[in-house]
Design a protein. Structure first.
Length: 134
């Protein structure tokens, strides 16, 4: 563990896995120690769901899971209803970006702009699902 350079941008795949797992475990322990939220963000950035849980406690974690779950369901429904390859590809890219931000790297999603983008994606997904033909 002491041989890992935290300041290095270039780390091996094993070190990256170890650091990400360490960050997730550290963040979960912060949530358990501070069920109403904390300003301590742990060792590394994690997904935005866990970051919301660190900031706002267990209630925030539950709300974050609900928001992302509903947004995923909206886009999965839109993906299976699409009639075009390009529409399906665009929706698949949005689903991938949401999954990546929710689980792995929610660094910029924790800002005001990130919440606005998440809200806009949610609203746009509802608009897409309300159309007859996608």
């Amino acid at each position: 563990f002491s041989m890992i350079k935290f300041s290095s941008i270039f780390v091996s795949q094993e070190e990256s896995y170890f650091l990400r797992t360490l960050g997730i475990m550290d963040s979960i322990s912060i949530i358990m120690q501070n069920p109403f939220g904390s300003s301590d963000y742990g060792t590394t950035a994690t997904g935005s769901i866990i970051s919301i849980g660190v900031s706002f406690g267990i209630i925030g974690l539950i709300i974050g899971v609900i928001i992302y779950y509903r947004t995923f369901i909206i886009y999965f429904n839109a993906f299976f209803r699409t009639n075009t390859i390009l529409g399906g590809l665009g929706i698949a890219i949005i689903i991938g970006a949401l999954f990546q931000s929710a689980i792995f790297s929610g660094y910029e999603w924790m800002s005001g702009g990130g919440f606005i983008v998440l809200l806009l994606l949610h609203v746009k997904g509802n608009m897409i699902n309300s159309k007859e033909n996608i």
